[in-house]
Design a protein around this ligand. Structure first.
Ligand code: GDP
Ligand code: GDP
Length: 433
């Protein structure tokens, strides 16, 4: 189950500063991709080996002051429904405001764990000032400074105490999820795939899962489809609220191997689609892009190429992703979608034999060695695939710290050219031998 930490609070208390601190630290450890868009309000974080998704709810509020307040209230409701843990942030330098009080009133009714965080406690002498926040009746106050990071360790220790260290999933079957903005055709595709077989639904939604898994076993392909349409029916609030659909998408992604990102051919790829794409990429999910409602587009011989080019420009640098042009209503390329998703799953789970990997990659490296840095030569001796749920490669060399990002990209491209990893994010590490 997805661990989601939502940071709520009125504007300017420091939510996005804390968000950046939590997600940047993880990025520094694991994110090998450079040039990925940073303008996001949800991202991965990790503390003592436990992974979770942080959402800065403030990033989803736009508009005038009263629109603001209504939106903040709505977000608190959504956070109460959807998040695993809520961080309620207040500002020690301003004390309690009416909006703080209002948020506290909503949160007191929540059954979810709520942590009251007094931010901007930059000096020890401000510690006592935060005592007024006990008045919320929400328990312990955590004094932190998002700017310097002080106090965040104690907070995170307690936040992650609600999470388990990840366990391997019990099922061997590939898990696919169809995601995308409202009305792109997700339910239509689910229905088209399952047709009259829909009654074979294995509903293990129960208490621990947020989604329904449907067992598909036809035409030589067997997989589980994570049905988010089922989740949508439970919704009390409109899925048009971006913040809400983002939460739901995160939960659906977490539980899947391959994400079918459906976009509407009439609109092209939009910023929310790109955010979902990057979220899937960061979480090392397989990705297939479906450009649906292709029947509605006037086409000539160049149209597909032009669409592909536009999409790739937006999702760069990770562009080695299958793009299919579908029409669910006209039943075009629906089974192709299944085939390609299965291929991506195979690419994601395959293991390249070490001898083959070395034969191919060391020859390439010999012809194109990493450029010398500060007069030092980097010698790559050996490469191996690290076991894991998505492809990871370790290149052993004498001076890993001198390998440049541009060389990592070169190596990634060569891996992709020589061993099919279409649709799959891959990680490359340089290690000291
Ligand atoms: P948000 O609107 O809640 O996301 O707040 P921001 O993260 O944008 O921060 C609002 C302002 O408070 C910015 O000017 C930050 O630099 C500042 N700020 C955030 N955290 C701290 C902190 O721990 N101490 C101090 N002194 N300022 C902070
Ligand atoms: P969801 O909100 O993503 O689950 O979208 P739906 O599956 O409910 O589809 C929204 C609308 O788009 C419905 O009226 C569908 O009939 C229509 N639709 C879905 N796929 C296609 C398609 O390939 N072509 C056309 N023209 N309409 C489609």
């Amino acid at each position: 189950m997805a661990n989601i930490v939502a940071i709520v609070g009125r504007p300017n208390v420091g939510k996005s500063t804390l968000y950046n601190r939590l997600t940047e630290s993880r990025k520094a450890i694991v994110d090998d991709f450079s040039g990925v868009t940073r303008d996001r309000h949800y991202g991965e974080a990790e503390w003592i080996g436990k992974r979770f998704t942080v959402i800065d709810t403030g990033g989803f509020v736009h508009g005038s002051d009263d629109v603001f307040e209504a939106a903040i209230r709505e977000q608190v409701h959504i956070a109460i429904d959807e998040a695993s843990v809520i961080i309620f942030m207040v500002d020690v330098t301003t004390g309690i405001t009416d909006l703080d009080d209002e948020i506290a009133n909503l949160l007191r009714r929540s059954k979810k764990p709520v942590y009251v965080v007094a931010n901007k406690v930059d000096h020890a002498k401000l510690h006592n000032d935060s005592a007024e926040f006990y008045g919320f009746g929400l328990g312990e106050i955590y004094n932190i400074s998002s700017a310097t990071g002080s106090g965040t360790g104690e907070l995170l220790d307690d936040v992650v105490s609600h999470f388990e260290v990840e366990e391997e999933d019990e099922t061997e079957l590939p898990k696919f999820t169809i995601v995308g903005r409202p009305n792109v055709g997700k339910s239509s595709l689910t229905n088209a795939l399952l047709g009259h077989e829909r009654n074979i639904v294995t509903d293990i939604a129960g208490t621990t899962r947020d989604s329904i898994r449907i067992h598909y076993n036809q035409f030589g392909h067997e997989f589980l489809l994570i049905d988010t349409a089922g989740m949508r029916k439970k919704a009390k609030v409109s899925e048009n609220i971006e913040f809400y659909s983002v939460m739901r998408t995160i939960k659906a992604l977490e539980d899947s191997d391959v994400v079918l990102l459906m976009i509407d051919a009439n609109d092209g790829i939009e910023s929310q689609d790109i955010n979902i794409f990057h979220l899937a990429e960061k979480n090392k999910k397989g990705i297939v892009i479906l450009v649906n409602k292709w029947d509605m587009i006037e086409k000539d011989h160049k149209t597909i190429k032009e669409f592909e080019a536009k999409i790739k420009e937006k999702i760069a640098p990770f562009v080695d992703v299958p793009i299919l042009f579908t029409s669910v209503t006209e039943k075009q390329r629906i089974f192709k979608t299944v085939e390609v998703a299965m291929e991506v799953f195979q690419n994601k789970t395959k293991k390249i034999p070490t001898s083959k990997l070395n034969d191919v990659m060391l020859a390439i490296i010999e012809n194109n060695p990493p450029p010398a840095t500060k007069g030092k030569y980097i010698k790559i001796k050996y490469v191996t695939q690290i076991p894991g749920r998505s492809p990871m490669f370790a290149f052993f060399c004498n001076l890993p710290q001198y390998v440049k990002d541009s060389y990592k990209r070169f190596i990634e491209n060569k891996l992709r050219e020589n061993f099919d990893f279409k649709g799959v994010p891959i990680q490359i590490y340089f290690r000291q031998k």
